[in-house]
Design a protein around this ligand. Structure first.
Ligand SMILES: C[S@@+](CC[C@H](N)C(=O)[O-])C[C@H]1O[C@@H](n2cnc3c(N)ncnc32)[C@H](O)[C@@H]1O
Length: 268
């Protein structure tokens, strides 16, 4: 048995706690151009580097999204944000989509893809220059523009009052719980992508407070939250002048807070 025997690779991955060890073995084999490269990838994976950072991509809602070292790996649960945005788009015309806190840009790209042939302007933004560079790569093919900066400060003024769908997967782990995250996240994803402040909702609160000024009438803000953050998220949306509802998918173990800017005719 050589060091690169498939069964031995799978055994090492399983011993390191990789649940889908067979699948990971196949993907690492495909990714490596030589035995030496495979050995290096395997060592890094066993030491805890996320598989997606080793491969340089993740599959999200059927799309292959580029993810580079230091960029938050899109989670499958975030498909709920995209599904919910597509539901909203069926009832309300969508011309402008913003993916705030975009990371790799996976959410915006998946939404644009789901909207099909409709002409939609996609703008994304993130505070982290590594994420911005990654999103620029991913969104170039669909003409998405990516800006760097703190929340809405990054956006061009001409978007004010025009955003139909505002996706915001803001970091939502309470600061005190970061230490309890799995090492893959804690040690390999930037703190700025995870840490949501004392109650996990610091960024969500700031986003909700400013969103009404950026949304078009009838436009919606969608924020991913933790299941125990539902009452607080509802409150921060209503405080921001939005009508609030919570969507929960037990299958995806995902929770999304949706805030809609009322139209002028609905009484505001
Ligand atoms: C949980 S990750 C989500 C990334 C991506 N939307 C996804 O779902 O894969 C949060 C992202 O928010 C970004 N971020 C954190 N604080 C920010 C801020 N003040 N302004 C803009 N982006 C911020 C981080 O750099 C990170 O990319």
């Amino acid at each position: 048995m050589t060091a690169f025997d498939t069964a031995e690779i799978t055994r090492r991955l399983r011993a390191a706690g990789c649940v889908f060890a067979e699948e990971e073995t196949r993907l690492l084999r495909e990714a490596a151009a030589s035995d030496a490269e495979l050995a290096g990838l395997l060592d890094r994976r066993v030491a805890g580097t996320p598989l997606e950072h080793l491969l340089g991509w993740v599959r999200f809602r059927g799309l292959r999204i580029g993810v580079r070292d230091g960029v938050f790996v899109p989670r499958q649960r975030s498909a709920l944000l995209v599904d919910e945005a597509l539901e909203l788009a069926a009832a309300h015309p969508v011309r402008t989509v913003v993916d705030l806190c975009c990371g790799s840009g996976a959410l915006g790209l998946a939404l644009l893809t789901g909207l099909g042939r409709r002409p939609v302007e996609l703008v994304a933004a993130d505070i982290d220059p590594v994420a911005v560079a990654c999103a620029r790569d991913n969104l170039a093919a669909v003409g998405g523009r990516v800006h760097q900066g703190d929340l809405f400060d990054a956006l061009p003024e001409e978007l004010r009052g025009r955003i139909d769908i505002l996706l915001a997967n803001t970091p939502y782990v309470p600061s005190g719980l970061i230490a309890r995250l799995p090492p893959e996240a804690r040690d390999h994803e930037p703190q700025v992508a995870l840490d949501g402040g004392p109650d996990g909702l610091a960024l969500a609160r700031r986003t909700a407070a400013a969103a009404a000024g950026w949304l078009a009438p009838g436009g919606s803000l969608l924020i991913e939250i933790g299941v125990d953050q539902m009452p607080a998220a509802r409150e921060l949306l209503t405080t921001g002048g939005l009508t609030a509802r919570i969507v929960r998918s037990p299958d995806l173990d995902a929770t999304v807070a949706v805030g809609c800017r009322p139209t002028a005719t609905s009484g505001r």
